[in-house]
Write a protein that binds this ligand. Structure first.
Ligand code: SF4
Length: 529
């Protein structure tokens, strides 16, 4: 049984723990059940949550939002029970099932109910639903969600009904978290993940949880990269406690963005065949990961897995039995990455972790020679689109001014003429980009790749974490952000790929001329300086 119970009312908030840095934080992920809380599975999760909340070392319960794209009981049901007991709760909020209005409304509801910690996610594509698969919403993404809630924290402005003054709403007090997937395989996946992390922090994220993974070198790399780029935000290292089944699931790509390599898979299956189903191995393995996270200087850990409360406690107990420097040996052992994996830093031969030397091949690829070579691989249509964009769609150019004049003339013409012009534009863009006529075009933001037709989650502010070997988590297409990275890198522009105000697609522009909207500055590009 869990021993050393404390009165949960004495617990400091997650924000206090992470910002003061006095304690190594421990959060545990709770996956809600299907059906009402009175179901046996619901009661099991509730009992688990209550038991964990009385553990003196566990600082927060993190409650998922329809994980894996399935309908589950809403996080608030469990969360309300926990906060009424003084427990810190992180509510996951994903964009897959809600549009921006519903998310904002959820935000006010959560703030009013006393929830402060929100983990902003784009979410997994729905995979099931009542009478057929649900459609993903993805009206905004995790970056858009962070910025919206950050603005709510600052006090949203709204016009007065009786004067021309702007009024300010009461501020919310969200402590916003975000996720980064640092266990990607290729440079074209890893680097956009890092760029998006920077964008998320700029948009209001106050803490970070990384994706689950089993590679200490990559964990170290995340920490060092963030230090190098002065991303001074606490990070919780994800420690998902494996079982034979979980290892199989991740190994087979069952959960987008989660990865177990062949070696770890074989090891897991071997131990899963033992009389205790490998529990002693898996718990010690997880305890070693906790020790590594501590040793590397992470702010805390984020524990997950299908365990009961005593088993979570057991992992923490095992970790305490290690000596201060044991983590260095564990870090050498737990390096289950991809064989041909990209690393931003060179390896430190002494520690087997990360040195401060940036990857020499990566640096060479960024020189003028490297870019010249890369440009030879770039398709002609991209080069042509760049040319047209720079001559015509860039504000201040002669082409842009002409486009503006033509757009005004079209607007002055008959409805029939406007329709013909729009249809011609759309036909051309269908042929070139598989355009879906959203009217608020992000082609220039994503190296002329359309997020509406080629991204399952319509990600307009960087890639989601679900790619596998550079492919989209849905189907077999290359991720548009990985492709955009390749294209931009050939011109030395990849590091600026997200340097613009957060993109929110304007739904009011659907089915209207994107060209006219750009020339008349009605779309999101008008916010670019
Ligand atoms: S207008 Fe919208 S749908 Fe069409 S290419 Fe641009 S982003 Fe895609």
């Amino acid at each position: 049984m869990i021993s050393g119970k404390v009165d949960p009312w004495q617990k400091p908030t997650l924000r206090q723990i992470l910002q003061r840095g006095e304690k190594f934080a421990v959060a545990v992920e709770l996956v809600t059940s299907r059906g009402v809380i009175a179901e046996r599975s619901g009661q099991r999760v509730l009992d688990l949550a209550r038991s964990l909340s009385s553990h003196p070392e566990i600082d927060a319960m993190s409650i998922t939002d329809n994980p894996g794209g399935n309908a589950m009981l809403g996080a608030d049901v469990l969360g309300t029970d926990l906060i009424s007991r003084g427990q810190e709760v992180i509510i996951h909020l994903a964009c897959k099932d809600w549009n921006r209005n519903a998310i904002q409304s959820r935000g006010w509801e959560l703030a009013s109910a006393g929830f402060h910690n929100v983990l902003a996610l784009s979410g997994d594509c729905p995979v099931s639903g009542f009478e057929g698969q649900a459609s993903g919403v993805f009206d905004i993404d995790s970056v858009g969600l962070l910025k919206m809630f950050d603005d709510m924290n600052k006090g949203l402005k709204y016009p007065s009904r009786i004067s021309d003054k702007m009024l300010t709403m009461k501020r919310t007090n969200f402590f916003l978290g975000t996720v980064v997937n640092n266990y990607k395989r290729y440079e074209r996946e890893v680097m956009p993940q890092y760029f998006k992390l920077a964008k998320k922090l700029e948009s209001g994220a106050g803490f970070v949880i990384n994706q689950l993974g089993y590679d200490s070198r990559k964990l170290d790399e995340l920490q060092r990269y963030m230090a190098l780029k002065e991303m001074d935000v606490p990070v919780l290292a994800n420690v998902y406690i494996l079982s034979g089944r979980a290892a199989q699931f991740f190994h087979d790509g069952g959960f987008p963005g989660c990865f177990v390599n062949d070696t770890l898979f074989d090891l897991s299956q071997k131990h899963a065949r033992s009389p205790d189903k490998g529990k002693s191995f898996f718990f010690e393995f997880a305890a070693k990961q906790v020790a590594i996270a501590k040793g590397l200087g992470f702010a805390g850990v984020y524990l997950g897995g299908h365990l009961n409360a005593d088993e979570f406690a057991r992992v923490l107990e095992i970790e305490k039995q290690f000596s201060a420097d044991d983590w260095k040996t564990f870090a050498r052992q737990i390096q289950y990455g991809h064989t041909d994996e990209f690393h931003y830093f060179e390896q430190d031969r002494k520690t087997s972790l990360t040195s401060n030397q940036v990857n020499r091949y990566y640096l060479a690829s960024k020189t003028a020679d490297g870019q010249k070579q890369a440009r030879q691989q770039i398709s002609l249509d991209y080069k042509l689109n760049r040319l047209v964009h720079n001559q015509v769609f860039k504000k201040g150019t002669k082409g842009f001014n002409a486009g503006r004049r033509i757009s005004l003339k079209i607007l002055d013409s008959s409805v029939g003429m406007q329709k013909i012009a729009h249809r011609m534009e759309h036909a051309l863009k269908i042929l070139s980009f598989d355009c879906r006529d959203c009217g608020d075009c992000s082609l220039p933001d994503i190296a002329y790749l359309c997020p509406e037709s080629q991204c399952a989650k319509n990600q307009r502010n960087g890639p989601c974490g679900g790619t596998r070997k550079g492919k989209c988590e849905v189907g077999e297409k290359d991720c548009i952000w990985a492709r955009a990275y390749d294209r931009l890198k050939a011109y030395g522009e990849e590091e600026q790929m997200l340097d613009r105000p957060v993109v929110y697609k304007n739904g009011a522009l659907q089915g209207t001329s994107a060209w006219t909207n750009t020339f008349l500055e009605r779309d999101h590009h008008s916010k670019n300086s």
